[in-house]
Design a protein around this ligand. Structure first.
Ligand code: ATP
Length: 796
């Protein structure tokens, strides 16, 4: 079917002529200081009048007379102004006048927005009148409290509506003022009470938690214990090795480095609204005014009360924290040294860093030893240590040492809770932060999916891929509001991602006509992928029209109200496509899947669509060259052969991992060994239940409808066969004078199919012109009257 791309028509912004005169900087300085001084002078005159006004009455009545003497601190003119403003005017509320004049001076001097100053004056004068009536209400005479105006208005009002009427009127005035000036609403008042209640509750529960298990302290105590356990035997280490090693090749003492656990508090999760820097320019007046009146656009407003999942939904594990005994450490060291000695390789120093699953022994060989010689001994060292998963890194990039990674006898679990609670994750400013786990030096490993920009995950069955995917999704759920990110989940295994069904209306995206948001049927994947390609094209069109290079810039502009929603602009959430078993897809759909995936991978980074693809079978016919080229970020869990490792990582290493979440991560250069964070199904269930029980959007985020090849319409459409929305569509098209299907999609909330059919019917009716390639169709009816006439003629 002919596809016409959305085209934004620029509606000219009518410039309102305002009378303005421009002051030079010098003039601003003069005028500003004059107003500041005047304001200050009036303030002194008013204060003084409050004390000396009575005594100065005779002088005021003979004003201006050079001979009369006044008590006012700023003399005759001061006394006269005091009389005019305070006694004959608005009473002590007149002080606000002096304040307003002073403020005007400051604004002029500092060249601050005039619109704000006008607002201050408007509200200032209203409050002066209100105060003067309020004070007049209590005064019996024309005293300085309410002034003559306050008193007179009061007596006038009291004659008509009585004292009760006036007090009610004053109360009404106050409510109106608060509502209009400070945007106070009934809801905001109740919210204040609610949040105060919640704060108290949270405070109480925090106190409780602190008393039960002090999570952080636990860790540090544990670390201290391990440290002290190592300290003593290492002092005496000289004696033992001497028995086994020839004096000539005796290695340097083993330095042990126990990574300090990150001491971090479990912070409260808050909705973080990105603060956006405003770009001030003269042409952005309209946007500035909109922002001033309504504030920045807040995409989270529709679900303003959405609560992020709390940390207590995630489990604490008993086996967390480093556990390695000193004996094991010494034993491993001796074996490494022995093995190397057998091959005449001397070591000048050796150091151990203990991680959650493996310990890294860093050795510095004696001068003149070839690195390749050590690298070739990988199998021999593995044999002597009788351990799986030995990996030799020769040399460690940037360190000048050789690393030997040896698995710990008792590996520890890295809980999702500990990585989510880490400061690194909580404080991260990344666009799509993902807490993957902990590195060998026990640091939390956080990466930005938006920077990757796509991720390929591979590993043999049962090695931790699904847990890894859940860790990625959980990280995003803990950091991103439903308005900011949407997931497209493809789960051919049908069971792995089902739990996320509960958050369909919060976080998932789907095709308009599909029932389930999670795609388990391979044939539907093709439509979804192609639909994502259409979404990508639409987004590029929007970015082009908005002169933005990427989604982040676009959203900043949209939030600053610089993009008109009537031109089709809207806040764009990130879209993360997750495919749990890619091999299965490629086997059944082949090229049909590979092409859109490759297209998305090549182009989608700038417009916020990111792909995560997991596969059990990392063979070359699944991870083809074109896929590999576009997925620089890769995660390898344990695989069974060196060839598979090479397919994923372009090198060996993945075949030497020990499984259960032990993984290698690369983003194009170095390989980083990470222990993946563990998040169990019950934890995911709790999180999705927590989110699912909250208010959601009416439906999942709708992707554009994909029109398959078989579709197509003829133009001689019968009037009786017309779509029910035909007339509405005609009105939309004629009003906007833009013949595009995507305009109908947006305005009438339709799928692409239906909007396309409507455009064809409009063409048959002579309302829009024929398809013109990438341009929008021409609209042949100039206005709504002509449209009415055309439709009526048709019926005759
Ligand atoms: N990060 C981890 N920490 C501790 N144990 C883990 C971790 N990841 C996985 N495991 C263990 O390995 C088991 C299998 O993990 P998972 O289901 O993620 O494997 P998989 O690679 O998805 O397998 P398959 O491809 O067959 O679905 C888990 O049930 C868990 O016991």
């Amino acid at each position: 079917m002919a596809k016409s791309k959305p085209k934004t028509k620029k509606t000219p912004i009518k410039k309102v002529r305002t009378f303005s005169f421009k002051l030079s900087s010098q003039q601003k300085l003069v005028l500003g200081s004059l107003l500041i001084i005047l304001g200050f002078w009036l303030f002194i005159a008013f204060i003084s009048y409050c004390f000396t006004g009575n005594e100065d009455q005779s002088a005021i009545s003979s004003f201006p007379s050079r001979t009369s003497e006044t008590q006012n601190w700023v003399s005759q003119v001061g006394a006269w102004f005091g009389e005019l403003f305070i006694h004959r005017g608005f009473g002590i509320a007149s002080f606000i006048f002096s304040g307003l004049i002073f403020l005007s001076g400051v604004y002029t001097l500092m060249n601050i927005n005039k619109a704000k100053l006008r607002k201050h004056w408007f509200w200032g004068i209203l409050i002066i009148i209100w105060l003067s009536i309020l004070f007049g209400f209590f005064g019996n005479t024309k005293d300085i409290l309410g002034g003559t105006i306050g008193f007179e208005i009061n007596s006038l009002l009291q004659d008509y509506i009585g004292k009760i009427g006036v007090s009610l009127l004053l109360a009404f005035g106050l409510i109106t003022y608060l509502a209009m000036r400070f945007k106070v609403t009934f809801e905001s008042i109740t919210n204040i009470f609610k949040s105060a209640k919640k704060d108290i509750k949270d405070e109480l529960s925090n106190m409780k938690e602190d008393v039960v298990v002090p999570f952080d302290n636990n860790l540090s105590e544990e670390a201290e214990a391990i440290k002290s356990a190592f300290e003593i035997p290492l002092e005496n280490k000289e004696t033992e090795p001497k028995k086994t090693i020839k004096p000539k090749l005796e290695p340097a003492p083993l330095e042990v480095k126990i990574p300090e656990p990150e001491i971090e508090k479990e912070p409260e999760l808050e909705i973080k609204v990105e603060e956006v820097k405003e770009e001030k320019s003269e042409t952005d007046n309209l946007a500035d005014k909109l922002v001033e009146d309504f504030g920045q656009f807040d995409p989270t407003l529709e679900l303003a009360k959405y609560q992020f999942p709390t940390l207590d939904l995630l489990k604490k594990y008993d086996t967390e924290g480093i556990t390695i005994n000193q004996e094991e450490l010494e034993e491993n060291k001796n074996r490494i040294v022995d093995t190397l000695n057998n091959y005449k390789i001397g070591i000048s120093s050796i150091k151990a860093t203990i991680g959650p699953t493996v310990t890294l022994y860093e050795i510095v060989p004696d001068a003149g030893i070839r690195i390749s010689k050590i690298k070739n001994l990988e199998d021999d060292i593995a044999l002597s240590l009788s351990a799986l998963g030995i990996r030799i890194i020769a040399p460690i990039p940037g360190k000048g040492t050789i690393g030997i990674e040896v698995p710990n006898k008792n590996s520890t679990i890295v809980s999702m809770r500990s990585v989510i609670a880490s400061k690194k994750f909580q404080a991260s400013e990344m666009q799509l932060p993902i807490a993957l786990g902990k590195t060998i030096s026990n640091e939390t490993f956080v990466v930005d999916l938006a920077k990757m920009p796509h991720l390929l995950m591979a590993g043999a069955t049962g090695q931790g891929k699904s847990v890894g995917l859940n860790a990625v999704l959980t990280s995003l759920l803990y950091k991103k509001h439903p308005a900011e990110v949407k997931f497209v989940l493809v789960d051919p295994k049908k069971v792995e991602l089902t739990l996320f069904n509960k958050i369909e209306r919060h976080y998932l995206a789907k095709l308009p006509d599909s029932e389930d948001a999670i795609i388990t049927d391979n044939t539907k994947v093709i439509n979804t992928l192609n639909s994502l390609c259409i979404e990508m094209d639409n987004r590029y069109e929007l970015l082009k029209n908005a002169f933005c290079r990427n989604i982040a810039e676009y959203n900043v502009k949209f939030k600053a109200r610089k993009l008109n929603p009537n031109d089709g602009h809207q806040f764009l959430p990130y879209i993360v496509l997750v495919v749990d078993e890619f091999a299965d897809l490629i086997m059944t759909a082949g090229k049909e899947v590979e092409t859109p995936i490759a297209r998305l991978a090549q182009l989608a980074r700038a417009i916020g669509i990111h792909l995560i693809i997991a596969t059990q079978r990392p063979s070359v016919n699944v991870i083809t060259g074109i896929i590999k080229a576009n997925f620089p970020a890769r995660i390898a869990f344990r695989v069974t052969s060196k060839i598979d490792s090479r397919t994923i990582l372009d090198g060996s290493g993945a075949d030497q991992l020990i499984g259960r979440g032990d993984m290698l991560y690369t983003q194009g250069n170095d390989l980083i060994r990470v222990q993946c964070a563990f998040v169990d199904t019950p934890e995911v269930e709790k999180i999705t239940d927590f989110i699912g029980s909250q208010k959601a959007y009416p439906e999942a985020y709708l992707l554009p409808e994909y029109v398959g090849e078989e579709s197509g319409t003829s133009l001689d459409i019968d009037i009786s066969d017309r779509d029910k929305l035909f007339k509405d569509a005609a009105i939309v098209i004629v009003t906007a004078q833009q013949g595009s299907a995507s305009l109908l999609q947006r305005k009438l909330k339709l799928g692409y199919n239906r909007a396309g059919r409507l455009i064809d019917q409009l063409e048959a009716a002579g309302i829009v012109g024929p398809f013109e390639g990438s341009k929008a169709r021409q609209v042949l009816v100039p206005d709504l009257t002509a449209l009415d006439k055309l439709l009526q003629d048709e019926l005759l």
